[in-house]
Design a binder for this molecule. Structure first.
Ligand code: MGD
Ligand code: MGD
Ligand code: MO
Length: 749
């Protein structure tokens, strides 16, 4: 491994173009690759399989980023995994391989089964696979003993059919990757403003004066957002970043689609960069709010939006009183940011008429995640930065359709109104008792309460916390079923019996009933649009997700279901007609999706209608979180590199952070390193501490990095063995992947 200090070259630039070409050459090859890129994010093409950042209304010919090209290159690879591969490699051998190796083996091409007495996967016919699942489900004492996970790449059509199947079976056990991701945002926003979704559209970025980017690394994870930020910056908007790491993409960006960008001339993005301590955002935001209130005291009636506060909010007095009782030394210590800097941020906020707040995993994956998000809402409400042009809340979603999957009913606690409409449309009584979320699902499997695990995409075994516990839980089940495109860890950590059902990707042509089909997705800003694959399928044996679900439902439910499953899978228009009847905001779905190719779902909060119990947006009061760390303990956050999509690893490099050749690193402040008697390049053992228990990870190499003192960082998913399954956000159960208390010792070589 080679770790460089990490120069300050801007993000993007020619290197981004070079990386795009390299991934295309290695994956699908130049012809197929460039042919596919031409369709990505185009009206008549397919939605990028990467993140959920929206496309502008007027799309350019090349509407993708370096990382979007990588995601596509990896799913459109020429490499194929055939039955021979699985005959040659027993599961145990595959388990010893790295995530990078597994990912590079290519596309799954045939349905596979691991029989009880076998140590390998072998081919199985589709029909036999469905019957096996039906038998194992039928043997359960209750449908609540089965779990149906979803990852955020599933289309609206697939997600809708899946939840219908699961609810007809009789359970709400529909955990999803959102439980591991923005669940905290959804929960906190519902409490505060009555909706779990963001309130802004892309057009709001064209008139905002100030954009906050908190706990998010868009340079790697939402690269097209940098173009939006750059445009805003150029017309004079200010950008305020709050992040323990100085993320390259936020510091400076060279747009690869511009000549000056290609020449490596970057534009500084963040005007103010606050290097908060990991977990210090509540204190920091409270500090900013305290200064805003002080400014109002100095100029009464001129700082706060009194009319908005009076008509649309409640709870301000309690917030003001709580802030008076908190001292500056406490806020400075907890945030790690001096008061002077906090005051400057408050001045910037007060000087801005229209403010957007964006955030991602840096806020949602803490034990006090809901408090983090409530503090953002508190700050934004003070000046009525909600429900008017250029202002609002913007949780930046992860997977390209994670928001749509929720809209379609993938949720373990569905709304009563949704269930009622579903029941009416399909003439059955949906189960009303809550199901299991992701953390609950792990526990239920560990306790033997759940015996069958089905996953529509994703990589549960690698994405979830507490590896040893989660793996034992999965291994204790009767059957695990993975509907997947690529080989991953979750195929190798399986139940007594296991199935892999290979499916088409979004970029592939999906022909059903003799007709080319399209699907739909919803991006982070409530825009629903169509997505139609253009590449030939990787294998003739692949089936589409809607078809797999429909066929499975038919075999499993038999006479118990009146749903015309086959007919729905033959023509996705028929699925969309049903969606229009059940999901609000989708009236005339088939007509509307055909006209301009997209439409935006309404947001009551955007109209300043707050669907909370008292019809008002609510201020929340939370204490400053105590991170009770012993001496010599550090707070560890797990982050993504520039070369991965969640558990899918594309290379061992992380260009913007100057890392090459290994992901087994621990980033640490150089001063902390010296204090602890450690030195750069040393191999260390990291021990996490939670609830009196410890977890260990060996063999990480120390990399000195500009982080606030007391904070460390490592990569996800490598560091997941350290996250205790019981350490999650209060109120949302999102694992606290970013506040892991650890100690670090040198490892004897
Ligand atoms: N290329 C690529 N794109 C992706 C993904 C991918 O893996 N690769 N994943 C997708 C998914 S599912 C998601 S959810 C998103 C994730 O997008 P991000 O949320 O940007 O992903 P993370 O790498 O988890 O980065 C979190 C950021 O929060 C900061 N952070 C950590 N702790 C704190 C804290 O306590 N306070 C503050 N203020 N900041 C903190 C970290 O330094 C880091 O910059 O990206 C999506 N897009
Ligand atoms: N320590 C730590 N852990 C984390 C996080 C963190 O920041 N730190 N982040 C969390 C977050 S935000 C998330 S969202 C989760 C992600 O958790 P998941 O969503 O479960 O994981 P992914 O890595 O996105 O799933 C990748 C797999 O999906 C399959 N796949 C890809 N495309 C398709 C498709 O079109 N259809 C189907 N059926 N399958 C497909 C492939 O087989 C691939 O291997 O991880 C969480 N875990
Ligand atoms: Mo995510």
């Amino acid at each position: 491994m080679r770790a460089m200090a990490g120069g300050e070259k801007p993000a993007g630039g020619l290197a981004a173009v070079g990386e795009t070409l390299r991934s295309i050459l290695r994956g699908p090859g130049l012809r197929r690759g460039l042919g596919a890129l031409r369709w990505i994010n185009q009206d008549d093409g397919f939605d990028c399989p990467g993140c959920a950042w929206p496309e502008p209304l007027r799309r350019s010919r090349a509407e993708f980023c370096e990382n979007g090209a990588k995601h596509l290159a990896h799913e459109a690879t020429r490499r194929r995994l055939t039955a021979d591969f699985f005959a040659e490699h027993p599961i145990e051998e595959l388990l010893g391989r790295s995530d990078l190796w597994l990912e590079s083996q290519g596309r799954l091409t045939v349905p596979l089964v691991k029989r009880e007495a076998s140590r390998r996967y072998e081919p199985i016919a589709w029909g036999e696979a469905y019957r096996l699942i039906a038998e194992r489900l039928a043997a359960l004492g209750s449908p609540d003993q089965a779990i149906f996970y979803t990852s955020g790449r599933a289309s609206n059509e697939a997600a809708f059919l899946y939840q219908l199947f699961v609810r007809q079976l009789g359970t709400n056990n529909l955990p999803d990757c959102s439980n591991l991701c923005h669940e905290s945002s959804g929960r906190a926003l519902v409490e505060a403003i009555g909706t779990g979704k963001g309130t802004v559209g892309l057009e709001d970025f064209e008139s905002a004066d100030l954009i906050l980017v908190i706990g998010q690394n868009p340079g790697s994870n939402h690269p097209r957002m940098l173009a939006t930020l750059l445009a805003a910056r150029r017309r004079g908007a200010r950008i305020l970043a709050i992040n323990p790491l100085r993320e390259r993409g936020l510091v400076s960006f060279a747009h690869p689609k511009e000549l000056r960008g290609l020449l490596g001339r970057g534009t500084a993005l963040a005007d103010v960069y606050m290097q908060v301590r990991v977990g210090g955002d509540v204190a920091l935001l409270k500090g900013i709010i305290k200064e805003v209130l002080a400014a109002e005291d100095r100029a009464p009636g001129r700082v706060l939006d009194h009319e908005f506060l009076r008509e649309h909010t409640s709870g301000l007095d309690a917030l003001c009183a709580s802030l008076e009782a908190i001292s500056w030394p406490e806020l400075e210590a907890a945030s790690g940011v001096p008061r002077e800097e906090i005051r400057r941020a408050a001045e910037l906020y007060v000087a801005s008429e229209r403010v957007i707040a964006c955030w991602a995993m840096g806020l949602t994956q803490h034990r006090h995640a809901l408090a983090n998000i409530h503090e953002i809402v508190n700050l934004m409400l003070l000046r009525g930065n909600l429900g008017r042009p250029g202002a609002g809340l913007c949780p930046v979603r992860g997977h390209s359709n994670v928001q749509g999957d929720r809209t379609m009913g993938i949720c373990e606690r569905p709304e009563a109104g949704f269930l009622e409409r579903l029941g009416q449309a399909f003439e059955f009584q949906p189960p009303s008792h809550p199901g299991l979320d992701s953390v609950g699902a792990i526990r239920a499997m560990a306790d033997g309460r759940a015996r069958v695990f089905v996953a529509l995409g994703g990589n549960f075994a690698a994405a979830c916390p507490d590896r040893a516990y989660t793996w034992a839980a999965l291994r204790g089940t009767d059957l695990t079923v993975q509907i997947s495109t690529k080989l991953n860890r979750s195929h190798l950590v399986h139940g007594r019996e296991a199935l892999i059902l290979p499916c088409l990707t979004r970029s592939e042509r999906d022909v059903q009933g003799g007709k080319l089909q399209f699907v739909t997705v919803e991006n982070s800003m409530r825009v629903v649009q169509r997505s139609q694959g253009t590449l030939p399928p990787a294998s003739p044996d692949l089936r589409s997700e809607p078809r797999i679900i429909a066929e499975l439902a038919e075999v499993v439910l038999g006479d118990r279901s009146q749903v015309p499953w086959r007919s729905l899978a033959d023509d996705y228009d028929r699925i969309r007609d049903r969606i229009a009847r059940v999901v609000s905001g989708f009236d005339g779905f088939n007509q509307r999706i055909r006209q301009p190719g997209r439409f935006t779902l309404p947001s009551a909060a955007h109209r300043r209608e707050f669907q909370t119990p008292n019809g008002r947006a609510r201020f929340h009061v939370h204490p400053v979180p105590r991170l009770d760390m012993d001496r010599g303990h550090f707070l560890l956050m797990t982050v993504r590199s520039h070369d991965q999509f969640n558990t899918t690893i594309y290379s061992e490099n992380d260009r913007y952070r100057g890392i090459r050749g290994s992901r087994w690193v621990l980033f640490m402040n150089p001063h902390d390193m010296t204090e602890a008697g450690l030195h750069p390049g040393q191999r260390v053992r990291v021990t996490s501490h939670f609830g009196g228990e410890t977890r260990q990870l060996r063999g990480l190499t120390l990399v000195p990095y500009r982080l606030p003192s007391g904070c460390t960082a490592a990569y996800f998913p490598e560091a997941n063995p350290l996250v205790h399954a019981g350490s999650f956000a209060e109120g949302s159960h999102t694992p606290a992947y970013k506040s892991i208390v650890v100690s670090v010792v040198a490892e004897a070589d």
